[in-house]
Design a binder for this molecule. Structure first.
Ligand code: FE
Length: 145
């Protein structure tokens, strides 16, 4: 989702933490982005726009533009969501214990805007053995030309 034009907070180089209310985000974000980013929704497996993408490029937070992943860290996962083994910077994302839906998981949030991105699991490939299981709707992909 490329919504920079209506979103005054979207910036791919500014890493300053944002403090924006959900009421404000609701006015700015497309409904499907708001529902995942601000209400911890999950898109259906095998439906998102990036789960099969293997082009070279960069993935940014679709809410705020924070640089999250490089395509070098994306791997072909059978789970149906775009999967990465590491973030661009150690502090690109923040991690929170999530006990919702009767499961014990670790939620991944954008460290700039606090939006929900997905969850992280310990079954990824080397070198990190992590799997960032992300929702396509909250990612913006910019291919390297
Ligand atoms: Fe963000």
């Amino acid at each position: 989702m490329n919504n920079q034009t209506q979103n005054p907070y979207y910036n791919r180089t500014d890493t300053t933490t944002l403090h924006v209310s959900d009421a404000e985000w609701k006015k700015i974000l497309p409904p499907e982005v708001y529902q995942i980013a601000r209400e911890k929704g999950t898109e259906w497996a095998f439906t998102g726009k990036y789960y099969k993408t293997d082009e070279r490029g960069d993935y940014y937070c679709a809410v705020c533009g924070n640089h999250l992943f490089r395509s070098d860290a994306k791997f072909a996962s059978s789970c149906g969501w775009p999967s990465f083994f590491e973030t661009v910077r150690p502090n690109s994302a923040t991690y929170i214990s999530d006990h919702s839906h009767g499961m014990s998981r670790i939620e991944v949030k954008c460290s700039r805007c606090g939006s929900h991105l997905g969850h992280i699991f310990d079954d990824g490939p080397a070198p990190t053995h992590k799997r960032f299981c992300m929702n396509s709707a909250v990612l913006d992909f910019v291919p390297i030309k």
